[in-house]
Design a protein around this ligand. Structure first.
Ligand code: FE2
Length: 426
């Protein structure tokens, strides 16, 4: 007898009437119309069942701190970094852990079961690192949390930056981070990329750098990152996050850059909500969108994912852990409005992001973990359009969250008002 059988599901690739059989926390079979005895049976009613959402770029040490100690008045990246500097001396491990755990609850409710979070390693106390390692341990039964050692103040620019980052890796942080565009000079930025990639190669770790989060078309650290990935044989293990300067680069230069990124198998993460908010701040009009060249990167064969980056922190006062909101913004900013483009944006918060994290057992195939989401939508396009309710969220075969469909009842003159319906559903 199966542990769980989900029947009549629509899958992200368009297959309908599918059954997903679960045994021992894993998917035993995905077949059209299968009916077999199961301890728990669920009729999806034609709704979309997708592998869980994955956020490949987040800052869990800063999340839910909005307004502490004050609100970012200008809304700029640099005031956000300054504000984070003001908040850091006030941080306690307890409060940081409490906020991170609260965010993980939000995430699970939204079917977001894997997050890669950067953690600031600039302060020699490494308090955020200790706190997030504790959070990682506590959420492990229901959420995969991967940590990136992130030298927010610049690994070369800040005193002890390299040592602090190495200590964070010694403590068990999973990925080598960086922020080359924040170093004092272009040369220092390039030197930091080389140093950090060599460190990752030595230790057998992946790399994920904040890279060129700037509107400056001459910020070209992604080139160095791809070159170092090639040189050190780190193919498939390196990610450039943000890469917003690419928006403003010369087209000829980009035509040379994209094949280099693709050959080095460097993945790119855009953070649409944050890029559209923080970039173009020095512009009058026209005001640049600033997000990296998502469809062009995808067309060049680069793995591109979308991250949430921030939720209610010094940089961004919005957000709720909903990766469909991220995909929704992504498709608008990138103008990926074709049906294929919208589906690519769904992939950017599911399969493409999972590839960056190197998640084992991810997917909706026999042998994969039974970690999936039943959405109140008939396909990925409708899921993004409606930011659809997560009706059921399963983690390795166990139900970890559920929600009732969002419905409204109208009370309009001359109209029967007692029928509940779902606004927005055509
Ligand atoms: Fe970030």
């Amino acid at each position: 007898m199966l542990d769980l059988l989900v029947r009549n599901a629509t899958l992200p690739d368009g297959r309908t009437g599918m059954s997903i059989a679960v045994q021992g926390g894993r998917i035993a079979e995905v077949t059209a119309g299968l009916d077999a005895p199961a301890a728990q049976a669920l009729d999806a009613g034609g709704m979309l069942v997708a592998p869980h959402f994955v956020d490949p770029h987040f800052h869990m040490d800063a999340t839910l701190s909005y307004g502490l100690p004050r609100v970012n008045q200008s809304g700029t990246l640099l005031e956000g970094i300054a504000l984070w500097g003001e908040l850091k001396p006030l941080l306690t491990a307890e409060a940081l852990i409490e906020r991170a755990l609260a965010y993980c609850d939000w995430a699970v409710a939204k079917g977001l079961l894997a997050i890669r979070s950067h953690v600031d390693t600039s302060d020699p106390s490494l308090l955020p690192v200790q706190a997030l390692l504790e959070v990682k341990r506590r959420v492990a039964p229901y959420l995969d949390l991967q940590l990136v050692a992130f030298p927010q103040d610049g690994v070369l620019r800040s005193p002890g930056g390299v040592q602090n980052l190495k200590r964070a890796l010694d403590m068990g942080v999973d990925v080598v981070g960086g922020i080359p565009h924040f170093e004092r000079t272009m040369a220092d930025g390039a030197a930091s990329v080389k140093l950090l990639c060599e460190l990752a190669a030595e230790r057998g770790l992946p790399v994920d750098m904040h890279c060129d989060e700037s509107d400056d078309p001459h910020s070209r650290h992604i080139e160095t990152l791809a070159f170092e990935a090639q040189r050190l044989g780190l193919h498939g293990r390196v990610t450039g996050s943000h890469c917003t300067s690419m928006h403003s680069m010369d087209n000829y230069y980009v035509s040379k850059l994209l094949p280099l990124i693709a050959e080095a198998q460097v993945s790119v993460i855009a953070n649409p909500l944050i890029n559209i908010t923080l970039q173009g701040r020095h512009d009058t009009y026209p005001k640049r969108r600033g997000m990296t060249r998502v469809p062009e990167l995808m067309a060049a064969g680069v793995n591109v994912a979308f991250g949430h980056d921030c939720v209610m922190d010094p940089w961004y006062g919005m957000g709720s852990g909903d990766m469909l909101e991220v995909a929704h913004m992504g498709l608008h900013v990138a103008q990926m409005t074709s049906q294929a483009g919208i589906r690519q944006c769904f992939d950017a918060v599911t399969t493409n992001a999972a590839r960056i994290l190197g998640l084992k057992g991810y997917g909706l195939e026999a042998g994969c973990d039974a970690s999936f989401v039943m959405l109140h939508a008939r396909d990925p396009v409708e899921a993004i359009r409606l930011r659809a309710t997560r009706l059921k969220v399963f983690r390795k075969g166990q139900l970890v969250a559920q929600a009732a469909p969002a419905q409204s009842t109208l009370h309009l003159a001359g109209r029967p008002g007692d029928t509940a319906f779902m606004p927005g559903r055509a």
